[in-house]
Design a protein around this ligand. Sequence first.
Ligand code: DGI
Length: 138
Amino acid sequence: MERTYIMVKPDGVRRGLTGEIINRIERKGFKIVAMKKMVIPRETAETHYGEHRGKPFFEGLVNFITSGPVVAMVVEGPGVIAEMRRLMGATRPWEAAPGTIRADFATTVDENVIHGSDSPESAQREIGIFFKPEEIIG
Ligand code: DGI
């Protein structure tokens, strides 16, 4: 069964949106097979966002993602990687389709509430960064 890495970002946790996001994931019919609240160590954040290293927004992105607790999850279901991207909406919330999480709850690209892996390769890599195999309970 396909799995993806989902994370309620610090702005989402601060604003009390964790329950709303979990609700949308579960209502859809996906299964949360691992979950934890954590403050991401700086080095882990830099690894997670490694593809953006060197870009002008990299420093701000790492500062933001380490600025408070996140809620990290592994979510399982048919086609879950692409489908979660669809439920999240576009990276830039003003481009996100109405009814998506980012359209409904975010206004800026630097604080866009949720992360979700964008391919099977990223899903595998990101799940491995944040979870040990024994923390995933199917
Ligand atoms: O997978 P996504 O989060 O939808 O998007 P991504 O992997 O391209 O970028 C990761 C995060 O980096 C994104 O959620 C917000 C931030 N980001 C991406 N592009 C920009 C950006 N932040 C700023 N300030 N400006 C950008 O152009």
